[in-house]
Design a protein around this ligand. Sequence first.
Ligand code: AMP
Ligand code: MG
Length: 349
Amino acid sequence: MDTIIREISDTIEDAETFLTAGEIIKNGGLVAFPTETVYGLGGDALNPASSQKIYAAKGRPSDNPLIVHIACMEDLPAIVKEIPDTARKLADAFWPGPLTMIFEKSDLVPKETTGGLETVAVRMPSDPAALAFIKEAGGYVAAPSANLSGKPSPTSAKYVEQDMLGRIDMILDGGDVEIGLESTIVDLTSENPMILRPGYVTKEMLEAELGLIDLDKTMMNKDTGAAPKAPGMKYRHYAPKGDLSIVEGEDEKVVSYINVQTALLEAEGAKVGIIATDENQEKYCAKIIMSAGSKTREEMIAHELYRILREFDDLDVTYIYAESFDTSGMGQAIMNRLLKAAGHKVVHV
Ligand code: AMP
Ligand code: MG
């Protein structure tokens, strides 16, 4: 299949491109598009065949449900059984934006889209290009991240091309995304709202609207023995090619541990990459060091993490050492993704 690639910069100037992209979706095709979180791989959420195509293009297990993207609040009632008050509050506060909410689904949403579940995940993104595209596509776009299953989510169109060229009909290239980590997911189908996946909208921000909120216990720990409530969280997502370890402890000990390991591995001919912070990057002696930003700027670290993992893949790095980050605020989302990428391999020094 030939993949059409179109750069987009302005929703009015590029109206015809959105029209073409929308037609592709209505005809059962697939289009990758930018959102403020990461690039999405879109298909018609109400067409079972489109959802099956999404799973095939990504190589994603079909029990891992897709998020349905909408462009306006008026389109929500048709796809859910009811809208709880909690959801209205969160929509007022965070939509459009990087928050996904789980509802009981209506009959309009096929099981192929929800991975066989009776619930549906819904998000209204804030990226103007995403909104323009969803409108032209008929209002309901099922979209997981536009990467091959198991690879880091794409934060720019060039990574979508790496994974999806020849596998989908079109890529809308809107440059670099703003946030760089997937949306926060909150389940509103049980009595107590629960965070299933941390993201840019933090626990603290949600609690300011709803009061105390539960966290899915499997989110940050490997050995709870329980299955995560978001089916997709059980898979080892975001995995780089290299063997990634997170090193936790005081800065000086972390740096010296990593330097010793690097010296040993590089002496054996291995290619070692370091995910550092601005504060420490000068102290490492590895050949490949990339800083994700200052420890004091979590949103920067979130923005850089997947890009660095992808760049290490391109460089065929065989071992990766990452500094560890605070788990308050957005740090929770950063550590959740990093722990998954590392298969929970953490060294305490
Ligand atoms: P992605 O689209 O790649 O960001 O992944 C979507 C995430 O949302 C996966 O972890 C899914 O398991 C989760 N998800 C989607 N729909 C549901 C649902 N109905 N209930 C729980 N989790 C869901
Ligand atoms: Mg994904």
